[in-house]
Design a protein around this ligand. Structure first.
Ligand code: NAD
Length: 370
């Protein structure tokens, strides 16, 4: 069926294509039973593109990504391409997509399914039902700031330099994403920086408060220092709804939050760019995990992180909240039935393959939809 929703699918390498096949099963179900369809184009990225075209991302694929409403990405990389110089490696394909699509807001949900609460290193009571979202600024801050480098001083010692730098527009745009998102969740934003010791943090805090007061007075805004936030995430993670923070702190806090959930195979993510005149944002959705070469081709991978990334795409790029919820409820359902891929296997549960897990999610969707 023709559709005005353009979706670029980039399965990539290793378990990327295996997990993506299960997502396509779900997309087929929506097309057949819900008349929700996309104009899907599939292309190569990463090692697969290096083998076919000599580059991890062709200009033509880059253009397709820019022209699409959303990009769904699998994973890239593997031992076959590890000897290549850094600039020619599979991962460069992903970095180029992020850069040229100007994806400045990285959304990392930390969601603990009841059935998996025992897989966390924290006690069940602290994580069961956890549903928080970390938004990390992705294109500014200390990873990009100038001056940077390593210099030799007159006395022969050396000095390494990186610069934490943020402008008000950079802070404003990521804060707007956070407030917008909180409006669709529990309505609470915690803005995180180190305003006590960093001027860039002071500017971050002032700007967050200004945008809140002017544009989003209905959302609850609190401020927290990054070191305290790290403690609170492992002390009482359920106090948070949306956390928004800079590139460096976000890098660390999002990995901390990820570990509360217990498994890499369950974690989706989204990266969003600026909104155009129609409100549409450039967007890329991908699981947090990599290409898992150790299990690639064995029908063992957990496809749920990629499936949950697809659900995020339905919600954030296409405003299909009901459909996203159906996918998420189906994932909850199969876990409650005791189905587990090897990475999340536990005593008394039933171990299933990648394809069995994908099929079970579709069956559950059909059952839930009646
Ligand atoms: P990885 O995430 O691929 O794997 C880490 C471990 O987790 C492995 O034991 C793997 O089997 C397991 N695992 C990961 N995802 C799983 C899933 N869905 N189901 C079951 N088990 C899963 O990280 P790595 O081993 O450090 O990297 C492997 C390759 O992936 C490297 O080439 C790396 O550069 C690349 N990588 C790519 C991305 C990306 O494409 N965004 C991210 C991270 C790593």
């Amino acid at each position: 069926m023709a559709s005005n929703r353009k979706l670029l699918v980039l399965p990539g390498d290793g378990i990327g294509p295996e997990c993506m096949s299960e997502v396509m099963r779900i997309a087929d179900w929506f097309a057949n039973y819900r008349s929700v369809s996309f104009d899907i184009t599939e292309e190569l990225v990463g090692g697969a593109a290096i083998d076919a075209h000599g580059t991890p991302l062709t200009d033509a694929t880059m253009q397709l990504a820019l022209d699409s409403d959303a990009v769904l990405f699998g994973a890239v990389g593997g031992p076959k391409w590890e000897e290549l110089e850094f600039a020619a490696r599979p991962e460069r394909g992903l970095l180029r997509l992020r850069k040229e699509m100007d994806l400045f807001a990285n959304l990392r949900p930390a969601l603990v399914f009841d059935a998996l609460a025992d897989a966390s290193t924290l006690k069940r009571e602290f994580v069961a039902g956890l549903d928080l979202m970390i938004i990390r600024e992705l294109t500014g801050g200390i990873y990009f700031g100038e001056p940077r480098g390593i210099e030799t001083l007159p006395d022969g010692t050396r000095r390494g330099i990186n610069t934490q730098v943020y402008t008000t527009p950079e802070i404003e745009r990521v804060l707007r994403v956070a407030f917008d998102l909180a409006g669709k969740r529990q309505g609470r934003v915690c803005s995180v920086e180190k305003a006590n010791v960093m001027e860039s943090g002071e500017l971050w805090r002032e700007t967050a408060q200004e945008i809140h007061d002017k544009e989003f007075p209905g959302i609850e805004l609190t401020h927290m220092y990054a070191d305290n936030c790290a403690m609170q995430l492992v002390r009482q993670p359920k106090q948070f709804d949306v956390i928004v923070t800079d590139n460096l702190f976000g890098d660390m806090l999002s990995d901390t939050a990820a570990m509360l959930t217990g498994s890499l195979g369950m974690l989706p993510s989204a990266s969003l760019g600026a909104a155009d005149a129609t409100g549409r944002r450039k967007a890329l959705y991908e699981p947090v995990h990599g290409s898992a070469p150790d299990i690639a081709g064995e029908n063992k991978a957990n496809p749920l992180a990629t499936i949950l990334s697809y659900a995020m795409m339905l919600r954030y790029s296409f405003d299909l909240g009901d459909e996203a919820e159906l996918v998420e409820r189906a994932v909850t359902g199969v876990l409650d039935q005791g189905l587990r891929t090897a990475d999340i296997m536990a005593d008394g549960k039933e171990e299933v393959s990648t394809t069995d897990m994908g099929a079970a999610v579709v069956d559950e969707m059909a059952a839930l939809a009646g």
